[in-house]
Design a protein around this ligand. Structure first.
Ligand code: SAM
Length: 295
């Protein structure tokens, strides 16, 4: 399929609605990931707010869009945000894109959407790639429930507080980090979570040198001592393992096991039954029973 030609795909054209803010996801490294809806909107909309106009003009060139760009980033947010809200109130439609990925995820998109909603303006998302979810779904760590931390604070005090919370978190945690801070972060995570905790370090997702390493924190630290971190990194950290909860005490479990065996059940089947009823493992029950019989 020709990635530039969306005219044959039904339902991709989207007339921008007046006075609406469009949050448009753009690729995190591979231009082929720009959706047809995003392409069509970025051609038809009146204005596009972006973080870096030079970077975004390359994207527009790729799709032959001549839509004007205005900059909206953390350094001009205070003055530019009210101007964008004014445009929307005057029934202009505005698209927001970031340097890469989903606007609003670890970038100033959050503040603009917050303000648009407070002004009762309509906000529509044209979804696209996000580094956090891209790394999560290939990690093999639990993805049913997860936390996103973005970049950790730079101030050591604030950072230490968050690291302590992350260490106790049972859900998988996703963190963004720059290459020159990666080793420091891995060491901090190891100090707080223990060196055996599993981690996936993904770099350059969707790009030519994409690589994901899954290992213990200890092994990851050793790996990056030898291989200097280069590129963009997303980290996926295994959640803290739940302490196993047993429904009854060890001695009660063994007593129940002995009862079943006395009633005529085969020891193997009895151990299996008690294991499923109590949370103790079948092997542990079995070996405890033998220890008792050997006495
Ligand atoms: N809005 C973006 C998103 O949806 O993922 C994130 C913006 S945040 C300012 C940039 C950070 O995202 C990078 O420093 C890196 O941690 C992560 N990131 C972005 N692209 C990436 C990629 N291709 N591979 C790995 N991490 C990436």
């Amino acid at each position: 399929m020709n990635l530039m030609d969306d005219s044959k795909l039904p339902g991709t054209r989207l007339e921008p609605k007046p006075g609406t803010l469009y949050i448009v996801g753009t690729p995190i490294g591979n231009l082929g990931d720009l959706s047809n809806r995003a392409k069509s909107l970025l051609k038809d909309i009146s204005v596009i707010a972006c973080e870096d106009t030079r970077r975004s003009s390359q994207l527009l060139k790729f799709i032959n869009s001549t839509t004007p760009l205005i900059s909206y980033h953390k350094h001009n947010l205070k003055s530019r945000l009210p101007q964008i809200i004014e445009l929307l109130k005057k029934k202009e439609s505005v698209a927001l894109i970031s340097d890469a990925g989903m606007p609003g995820i670890s970038d100033p998109g959050e503040e603009l959407v917050h303000s648009a909603k407070s002004n009762n303006l309509e906000v529509i998302c044209i979804p696209g790639p996000c580094a956090a979810t891209t790394a999560l779904v290939i990690s093999g760590l639990h993805s049913r429930r997860f936390c996103f931390e973005g970049f950790l604070p730079k101030k050591q005090n604030d950072r230490d507080k968050i690291l302590k919370v992350i260490a106790q978190e049972e859900r998988t945690t996703i963190i963004y980090e720059s290459p020159h801070q990666l080793t420091k972060l891995l060491e901090e995570l190891s100090d707080n979570c223990g060196e055996e905790r599993l981690i996936q370090v993904s770099r350059e997702l969707t790009k030519r040198f994409e690589e994901s390493i899954r290992s213990s924190l200890k092994e990851a630290i050793e790996f990056f001592k030898i291989n200097k971190p280069k590129g963009e990194f997303t980290i996926v950290l295994e959640g803290k393992k739940k302490k196993k909860e047993y429904l009854i005490s060890k001695s009660e479990a063994i007593k129940k096991l002995e009862c079943l065996i006395k009633e005529g059940q085969r020891p193997k089947d009895a151990a299996q039954q008690i294991a499923s009823e109590t949370g103790y493992t079948k092997n542990w029950l079995y070996s405890e029973l033998h220890k008792k019989l050997d006495k």
